[in-house]
Write a protein that binds this ligand. Structure first.
Ligand code: NAD
Length: 474
């Protein structure tokens, strides 16, 4: 972001107060208001599709295909679901299912109430969907919102700052464009809810700031998402799917497969299949479909991000563990997938200490499923865990013996786009979840409401002092 396009820091107080006033008016509560704004958001994306493509091209060199699949379609899906289901989600829930244990006569029920003004802080890697899906969920829940997109995706940030006030009620929805200083000032406020998507390091800062105002917080963080290749794996199908997801956004994706734990008996087959598939998927440059030319993916977003991947490759080369090198183009910051094979005693270096967040894919050799599960359990809980297995026995063991944000067998990244499932991490990969009804619930307070009828007075005498043994007996 540049100083010219940043929101002046001095304006933040007024924006926040404006949204608080709107919330207090309860204008954002009605189903009609919510539905109207969900539709408006959809029109905003449709009317300005080309500008969105252009902004994503500028920030990440994404082609239109990748913009549609990775950014726009997931948001349209969320909008469609919210509009269709909103009346059902908003409905007061009766809890008087059991007359004896729940005292049906006091009408126990859950009233769905918007929590208040929501703060959304987003990352650069999916700069549109990571702020607009939470926005869909917050609009559905009846909450006003301030969005703070990443300063590292400046074209998207500027575009959202221009479009949102044109399509949505400016008294209820606002974009604050800027970086750390802006986020820090925003985090001093008392919010109905904060949802932050980004690194675990900054997640700790956000959680500490939110603790000061006791603001409920959802943290959508990163980390290393492992893949287990078990003895019974269908390597051909699983690796075809894995490599196609790993190329999306050049691995700059929170649920991108970070490393593979492969049982020794299947390693040779796995390595040879991956090498052949990579050659087939991305023929060598100057072929128009080479990784350096393809429009189906992005570039590494920053020079430092590119150099970090390069340093992983250099280390692997020194260690003799680099078994397949993807093509690289420093000027375009493009880099094809590379494979690193780590067997006993081989030093993975930083690629095994940090989230890869790029096209390098380490393969670690383990003796069996026990060793793979232990490796995962010795580390922070991953956001996504993947299992390549064909037997129920192996699947049941992985389900029961590991903890992760999500667990998918024989496919990659699909849990993120399934609208019936919550999306979120556990432990160091995040707190809470959103998407679909779970997103609506995140920004909604489930308020228990009861109503004690006067006719019960005759049986209530037991509670009024003086409390005598006779009354207790009754
Ligand atoms: P980041 O943490 O550097 O930045 C994210 C946001 O935090 C930006 O808006 C930034 O302005 C703000 N920020 C940065 N420093 C801050 C500070 N000191 N105080 C307050 N706010 C601050 O993350 P990033 O590099 O943009 O994103 C990459 C990370 O995000 C990866 O780890 C990735 O796995 C993770 N991620 C997670 C998800 C998910 O849904 N779980 C989705 C996308 C990305």
């Amino acid at each position: 972001m540049s100083a010219q396009t940043d929101t002046p820091l001095g304006e933040i107080d007024a924006i926040f107060d404006r949204l608080k006033t709107r919330f207090a008016s309860r204008a954002t509560y009605s189903v009609d208001y919510r539905t109207y704004h969900l539709k408006q958001l959809g029109y905003m994306l449709k009317d300005n599709q080309q500008q969105i493509y252009d902004a994503l091209k500028t920030d990440l060199d994404k082609g239109s295909w990748a913009c549609d699949i990775e950014e726009l379609y997931p948001i349209y899906n969320e909008i469609e679901l919210a509009i269709r289901k909103l009346p059902e989600w908003m409905k007061t829930e009766s809890r008087s299912k059991d007359a004896i244990t729940t005292f049906k006569f006091i009408s126990p029920r859950i009233v769905k109430q918007p929590k208040g003004v929501v703060l959304i802080i987003g990352p650069w890697n999916f700069p549109i969907q990571c702020v607009l899906i939470p926005l869909v969920n917050a609009i559905a829940a009846g909450c006003p919102v301030i969005l703070k997109p990443s300063e590292l995706s400046p074209a998207v940030s500027v575009l959202l700052s221009q479009l949102i006030p044109r399509y949505l009620d400016p008294e209820a929805y606002a974009v604050v464009a800027g970086g750390i200083e802006h986020a820090t000032k925003l985090l001093e406020k008392e919010w109905g809810h904060i949802i932050y998507t980004g690194s675990t390091r900054v997640g700790r800062i956000v959680a500490a700031a939110a603790a000061k105002t006791l603001t409920p917080t959802t943290l959508e963080l990163g980390g290393k998402s492992p893949v287990i290749v078990a003895e019974c794996a269908n390597i051909k199908v699983a690796m075809k799917r894995l490599l196609s997801l790993k190329q999306a956004n050049i691995g700059q994706m929170c649920v991108s497969p970070d490393y593979i734990l492969c049982v020794r008996s299947r390693v040779d087959e796995l390595v040879s299949f991956c090498k052949n598939t990579l050659d087939e998927y991305w023929p060598k440059h100057p072929h128009p479909q080479s990784f350096l030319n393809t429009q189906a993916t992005a570039r590494l977003a920053s020079k430092s991000g590119y150099n970090r991947q390069l340093s992983f490759l250099e280390h692997a080369e020194q260690q003799g563990t680099l078994i397949y090198r993807g093509e690289t183009d420093e000027e375009k910051q493009r880099m094809g997938i590379s494979l690193v094979l780590l067997d006993k005693g081989k030093d993975g270096g930083k690629v095994m200490q940090e989230e890869v967040f790029g096209p390098v894919l380490p393969i670690i050799v383990v003796e069996d499923l026990d060793e793979a599960i232990k490796y995962i359990n010795d580390r922070p809980h991953p956001l996504a865990l993947y299992g390549c297995t064909t037997t129920k026995k192996a699947q049941d063991r992985i389900i029961a013996e590991t903890i992760s944000g999500s667990l998918t067998f024989n496919d990659f990244g699909v849990a993120t786009i399934n609208r019936s499932l919550p999306f979120g991490g556990v432990g160091e990969s995040g707190w809470g979840s959103y998407h679909g009804q779970d997103g609506f619930n995140t920004f909604t307070h489930n308020k228990p409401v009861l109503n004690s009828p006067f006719w019960t007075e005759t049986i209530q005498t037991i509670r009024y002092p003086p409390l005598t043994p006779t009354k207790a007996w009754i």
